[in-house]
Design a binder for this molecule. Structure first.
Ligand code: COA
Length: 337
């Protein structure tokens, strides 16, 4: 998506993240399914993940991340004039999490949009925020990615290929006008390929059935996520590389120009393979999947927040964010920090 005429430039003004306190190690998973710490580490790089306590939803995690992002941007909630909330694990089928978060933030009537693009949700959301800010429609947009996977995983040997991968968490950014034309979101090429929709999906409840959830569906486990892991793996590696190259090329930048690359945290082996192919020095890549697993729409904003707070990004650096996930969807955001 090349940049059309814009009235303003948009940039990320602040970042925040929030992880639930409860740590679930691979050894904890060994208690409930036939798996091993060695298998999980070797295949995914994951050592542990966080799970919420019951009755905690994505908007509770998102609220904490939002407060931290607002604080780092030097803003108060009342200065937010639009909310974009990316999640695949909403509290309810409807209304969306954006509305629930708006209420929790005490914002009376600002618009709230939910984005359901799974692991690519944050990248899509950032692209939408960029457009709204550049046209002058909104001044400060809160973009949140938050997930509660733990309540939807099949925690037994049958569900182990999916269950060991995912974790709960939230990340947020505030997107606003850039006073400095150089520090801005440069572009965000976005893609999807619906022909692979059922390679990584959650079927039930579904409006194709009457009623949407039946005893039979529960018995068959159709309310748990299903994944063709090898297929997803291969496509993720190819598409993530493509996205990074496409985003750089659109802006006439080279791999050597990249100050920091943050890939969606799906699997450490996927990231390592992409990084090797792109020939990006590992010290310019940030990963935290070891501690949190795959937090889907939350993974990039959590990693970005940690990288920023660790001083790994400096003003003027070229930062590339790239994601791939269910849909299939994929895309990248390239920005000058
Ligand atoms: N613990 C132990 N063994 C497991 C296991 C687990 N948690 N999950 C699967 N296995 C077993 C399988 O049953 C299989 O056993 P078999 O050889 O006796 O049939 C064996 O391990 C190999 O399974 P396979 O699926 O071929 O492993 P893999 O090397 O492809 O790794 C994934 C599995 C899920 C880690 C890997 O495919 C992957 O990461 N895919 C991408 C997933 C992803 O990123 N999804 C989100 C995208 S946004």
């Amino acid at each position: 998506m090349s940049q059309p005429n814009a009235m303003f430039n948009a940039r990320i003004l602040g970042t925040g993240s929030y992880l639930p306190e409860k740590i679930v190690t691979n050894a904890d998973l060994e208690e409930v399914m036939d798996t091993s710490d060695a298998w999980i580490r070797q295949r995914t790089g994951i050592r542990e993940r966080r799970f919420v306590e019951p009755a905690v939803g994505p908007t509770d995690l998102g609220l904490q991340a939002a407060h931290r992002a607002l604080q780092s941007a030097g803003l108060t909630p009342d200065q937010i004039d639009f909310i974009i909330f990316a999640t695949l694990s909403p509290e309810y089928n409807f209304p969306g999490c954006g509305c629930l978060l708006q209420e929790k933030l005490g914002l009376a009537t600002v618009g709230a949009l939910d984005v359901r693009n799974q692991c690519t949700g944050f990248v899509y959301s950032l692209a939408i925020a960029d457009q709204f800010v550049r046209t002058g429609t909104y001044r400060h947009i809160l973009v949140v990615g938050a997930e509660v996977h733990s309540s939807g995983l099949e925690m037994n040997t049958h569900g182990r290929d999916v269950a060991v991968i995912f974790g709960d968490g939230a990340g947020a950014v505030v997107v606003g006008r850039s006073g400095n034309g150089n520090r801005r979101i440069l572009s965000s090429p976005l893609h999807a390929q619906g022909k692979y929709a059922r390679k990584l999906w959650l079927e039930a409840p579904t409006s194709l059935e009457h009623p949407r959830l039946t005893e039979e569906m529960l018995r068959e486990g159709r309310h748990y996520p299903q994944m063709d892991g090898r297929y997803v793996f291969k496509h993720a590696v190819d598409r993530l590389q493509e996205s990074v190259r496409e985003a750089l090329a659109e802006n006439r930048l080279e791999i050597e120009d990249v100050g920091l690359l943050i890939l969606h945290q799906a699997n450490l082996r996927i990231s390592e393979s992409v990084v090797r192919s792109l020939k990006i020095p590992p010290e310019r890549v940030f990963s935290n999947i070891q501690r949190y697993g795959n937090t889907t729409a939350a993974s990039i904003p959590i990693a970005l927040d940690e990288a920023v707070r660790a001083g790994k990004v400096q003003p003027g650096d070229v930062v590339v964010l790239a994601a791939f996930g269910s849909g299939f969807t994929w895309g990248a955001t390239i920005l000058r920090w």
